[in-house]
Design a binder for this molecule. Structure first.
Ligand code: ATP
Length: 321
């Protein structure tokens, strides 16, 4: 392959810029031409496609967000939308495309593949909820952002002898809550993948208070319920500690990517280019046990599901006694 394109799609994630940079620089190193597509699949269909050179990705590695912008474009779920996108790519002489995004974006890449157009997916989402990889770009940064907030909330919780319910992102996956919760020494972690018993949580809060504990931190994944709803449930169950809710929200999506996310993004970007150079499309790149992997994107999306590391749940329960 001689000419490829790259786009970012779906929810943005810190490290997407580092991945685009890696795609561009590796492609140029390999003697290929590389084009950027603005606004994800919306830009593909609209023909918002332009050449990228070495300098165009200069000074981007440390920046959060995505300089190629992102968009939600439901029309790409239709056959007409997909074929219109492929027409535009062909018009520009593009032979393969790198899609950086989450689950929905991967479905777009899968459709391109099914229509015979080579696409390679790079997992970019803070939620870490994509099958075929242990980690996604942006997850580590989001966890560290949530952890920083938890550490700060713990200070003020202790001063005022309060309980804090900290709502973190994660609609379907509890990964951010699990990692930030264990790292932040949470008393309880509430995630979609595991039931919770409000009475048990109350017993734990009361036991902590009896032994002189001043703060209680409960990390809640947004997919379970809202932070205030959870605080209300605690109250109904007899919680009479001063309880506050902190919803971290979109702050978790922004900011400078961590070293780990930048390295991961650089590895994924360079690997995706190597695959396309060999003419290999229809793949999802990932990292498993610290090794780069490339898996059939159709099989990955159809037959596999992301699983959160529930050993962290048990670990937290064992440590937050
Ligand atoms: P995140 O999970 O971080 O929000 P995402 O990639 O899952 O990221 P979505 O909004 O679900 O975000 O998907 C991004 C884009 O991918 C959509 O706006 C649409 O253009 C395309 N897309 C989503 N689902 C499909 C599908 N089934 N077929 C083709 N394209 C799709």
């Amino acid at each position: 392959m001689k000419r490829i394109a790259v786009l970012t799609s779906g929810g943005d994630a810190p490290g997407m810029n580092a991945a685009v940079r890696a795609v561009v620089r590796k492609a140029i190193t390999e003697g290929m031409e590389v084009f950027g597509i603005n606004y994800g699949y919306a830009g593909m269909v609209a023909g918002d496609i332009f050449p990228l050179d070495i300098a165009s990705v200069g000074d981007k590695i440390a920046r959060g967000g995505t300089f190629l912008y992102s968009a939600r474009y439901p029309e790409f779920a239709t056959r007409e939308g997909q074929l219109a996108g492929i027409d535009q790519l062909k018009k520009h002489g593009i032979e393969g495309v790198v899609v950086i995004g989450g689950d929905g974006s991967y479905h777009g890449a899968m459709r391109l593949t099914e229509h015979g157009f080579p696409a390679v997916g790079i997992p970019g989402t803070i939620d870490n909820d994509i099958p075929g990889t242990d980690y996604t770009i942006g997850f580590d940064t989001a966890v560290n952002t949530a952890l920083d907030a938890i550490d700060r909330l713990r200070d003020t919780a202790t001063s005022h002898v309060r309980t804090f319910v900290v709502e973190v992102m994660g609609r379907g996956a509890g990964d951010i809550a699990l990692w930030a919760g264990v790292a932040g020494g949470a008393d309880d972690i509430i995630i979609p993948e595991h039931d919770f018993d409000i009475k048990e949580i109350m017993t734990r809060i009361e036991a902590g208070r009896k032994r002189g504990k001043k703060h209680t931190i409960i990390v809640l994944a947004e997919g379970v319920m809202g932070g205030q709803e959870f605080a209300d449930k605690l109250k109904e169950a007899g919680n009479d500690t001063d309880t506050r809710v902190s919803i971290l929200g979109h702050v978790q999506r922004g900011g400078m990517p961590t070293a780990r996310d930048r390295v991961l993004a650089s590895k994924f970007g360079a690997y995706a280019v190597e695959l396309l150079k060999e003419g290999r499309g229809g793949l999802a790149v990932g990292i498993e046990k610290e090794e780069l992997v490339a898996k059939d994107i159709i099989d990955t999306l159809t037959n596999h599901k992301h699983k959160a590391d529930l050993s962290l749940y048990q670990l937290n329960a064992d440590l937050s006694i």
